[in-house]
Design a protein around this ligand. Sequence first.
Ligand code: NAD
Length: 361
Amino acid sequence: MSIDIFEEMGKNGTEQIVFNYNKETGLKSIIAINDTTLGPAIGGCRILDYKSTDEALKDVLRLAEGMTYKCAVAGENHGGAKTVVIGDAKKDKNEILLRDIGKFIQTLNGRYYVGPDVGTNSDDMVEISNETDYVVSLTEEHGGYGDPSRPTAYGIYMAMKAAAKFKYENNSLKDKTVAIQGFSKVGSILTEYLVEEGAKVIVSSRSEESTKEILSKYPNVKVVDADKIYDQECHIFAPCALGGVINEETIEKFKCEIIAGSANNQLADSKSGDLLHDKGIIYAPDFLINSGGLISAADTLDAGNVNVDRVMSKTEKIYDLTYKILEISKKEDIQTTEVANKIAEERIANINKLKRKYIRR
Ligand code: NAD
């Protein structure tokens, strides 16, 4: 490994890294706990065919930090963490591997709750729960919230409406053109909300099969090839597939006034956020507006029961928060991500102040 681990941890304040290896099962995983000031950490388990341990380590550190910011800005009493498993989810994922992940999570004794991410789903969480008490987003049959994609899509929809209010002084999306990248789980539910409101929706598709599926559900939606989505004339562009899609190259192409979507880490770098700000394209920060899924997991964990109405009403608050961030960004002439980061950092610093007194409980 070429990385100086302590130097990397110092860069983003990571509290703890745990390397887990089992020669018998073949499990190679890394858990990073970034910050537990707000409470026990929550974060998904990603199974990915990383090319090297360095690559997996860098990813887990970055993702765990992202979860700290997401929890803080969403007002949750949880910190940020993540698990990465080095492997191919299609080939390597099985009962034993998942249960082994659970065993290692149990050793952390509640400092960290695991949930689904790329390469894992709610069924896998059920498998993991055979070995640990610290799991979120179990299937509905097992007492969990199930698929978090609906609250996630609802949060994106709320952010779009807030951005429309900010830009056009009216939060209606009727007759607004919205280009969605990816008819993903989130992208398809978002399409449903937008079509229902009377928006004109454009969706990108990567295959003929997917195009047929989209058109059979939504005959009035315009479907374009995946590589044409950046060129679409639209009011709102919604990245709902991949990270890193806002970069110097795509910013040149965008013909939109607002960007609001579910993909994590949409900005390739901070410079891209500044470029959007300078061009006057409104960017609703991804980690703020895609927190509906996290809200569903944290709410179910903290309350000890599933309550869809409560989750949706908490998710609805993304509207006000997005609007507030857009106002501050305009007033202070700084990019929206910087504003959202500051709100998260201030909340963590303020909660930390509460910890100065010892109270016996
Ligand atoms: P998903 O599992 O449904 O898969 C992503 C989809 O994007 C696939 O259908 C794939 O074919 C498509 N895709 C990939 N590259 C594409 C491209 N270049 N153009 C068009 N389509 C492409 O995804 P999901 O769970 O709906 O999540 C979508 C995004 O939102 C991901 O980046 C995810 O990390 C993020 N996210 C999801 C949730 C959630 O609750 N599901 C929560 C937070 C963030």
